[in-house]
Ligand binder design. Structure first.
Ligand code: SAH
Length: 369
């Protein structure tokens, strides 16, 4: 066997024993295997890590998310207790910046308790340090474990880390894409039989794709749990991630290490594996069970609508020359075009209790479901 990571050795054993493994199973093992999963032992964020996220680019991101939440709290009728739930909080930076911004609204600030869903023990420690001043913070393995009550839920770059399935179109239907061993290396293959009745479940755009096309989907568990909770107990969610507004065919399964793309089938457990988020699928799943979806809109438009330019101007007034450069660079990274900017690749989707007709900055940009 060639030189492999400890997790790859384990995956090869499983494939040898049980046959080819669906992409989703491979992705799940690589990210969250208790012994060797990518997220379990490291802090991947920041310049010295593998990737940088919006809250790590600039404090403005978390501050504006906090102010967005204040407008949601108003729309909820200003309940005296509201849970801030964050899925995959990373270093806790967004939550810390949001809570600091909200201090100017004491009645809101005092109503908040913080509930974090995190798999990584290393990142839990970072979050504990970052949020040492917050009054009430609890950690959970799953959103299902969080006590009842109205909530404002945040997820930045969380959904892209949840395992995807892939299917490949062939003459006789769509076959699940699998990982097998070919010439002694991990390689893609397709399951022998097509997935029964898969075609009828697909959006028309995808159904018309040519042979060889790939379609990706995630199980609905997380979005259904979020939508059901908001429908039954009130509140809203803000989901931010890279992805597409409409469901479409395409292979977006990718590995990132040291700020560069890598081969997802190499170095299992040592690189971050992600895939784009299908925002149409999220919005539809939420609406199907009776929550309301808002947007999605592009991140650049969302941040401008909630006032990132005014916030940048205010910060510039007291900044040093170097500080000013950082603020301008942060603003352009968060709102500007690809490839350097995150403004159009990243999308923002709101989900709410059906009685909340409008969520700040999230009116549709004409997306049709
Ligand atoms: N939101 C942060 C971190 C994004 S990285 C930021 O924007 O900086 C993805 C985060 O999700 C990490 O905190 C990771 O540990 C967590 N995560 C990944 N898969 C998870 C899962 N299945 N359950 C809970 N947390 C998960």
């Amino acid at each position: 066997m060639p030189d492999t990571s400890p997790l790859e050795a384990l995956i090869r054993k499983q494939i040898a024993a049980n046959g080819p493994m669906p992409v989703s199973r491979y992705m799940q093992l690589c990210l969250t295997h208790p012994g060797h999963g990518y997220y379990i032992h490291r802090d991947p964020l920041g310049r010295g890590g593998d990737f940088v996220t919006a809250p790590e680019v600039s404090q403005m991101f978390g501050e504006l998310v906090g102010l967005w939440a204040a407008s949601v709290w108003n729309a909820m009728g200003m309940p005296s207790e509201v849970k801030f739930i964050e899925l995959g909080p990373g270093r806790g930076t967004m939550m810390a910046d949001a809570l600091r911004a909200i201090r100017i609204l004491p009645a809101f600030h005092d109503a908040i308790s913080v509930h974090l869903v995190e798999t990584s023990p290393v990142l839990r420690d970072r979050q504990r340090e970052k949020l040492a001043d917050a009054a009430h913070v609890e950690w959970y393995d799953s959103i299902d474990d969080i006590p009842e009550g109205p909530a404002i839920i945040f997820a930045n770059e969380f959904f892209d880390a949840l395992p995807i399935h892939q299917a490949v179109k062939q003459d006789d239907g769509w076959h699940e894409r699998v990982i097998e061993i070919d010439d002694d290396v991990l390689a893609y293959g397709i399951a022998k039989n097509p997935i029964p009745r898969f075609e009828v479940l697909l959006p028309p755009l995808v159904r018309a794709a040519p042979n060889g096309a790939i379609f990706e989907w995630r199980p609905d568990n997380e979005i259904i749990t979020i939508a059901r909770r908001l429908r039954d107990q009130g509140g809203a969610a803000l989901i931010m991630d890279y992805g597409h507004i409409r469901s479409d065919a395409g292979d977006t399964f990718q590995a990132v290490a040291k700020h560069a793309f890598a081969n997802p089938l190499k170095n299992a457990g040592l690189a971050d594996l992600t895939a784009h988020v299908d925002f149409q699928a999220l919005a539809r799943a939420a609406e199907d069970i009776g929550a309301r979806a808002h947007g999605p809109v592009e991140q650049g438009a969302f941040l401008k609508r909630i006032g990132i330019e005014r916030r940048a101007d205010a910060l510039m007034k007291n900044a040093t020359e170097d500080g000013k450069k950082l603020i301008i660079a942060g603003l352009s990274r968060l709102t500007g075009p690809s490839p350097e900017g995150m403004g159009s690749l990243f999308k923002v989707l709101g989900i709410s209790h059906p009685s909340i007709g409008v969520l700040a900055a999230l009116s549709d940009q004409g997306a049709q479901r």
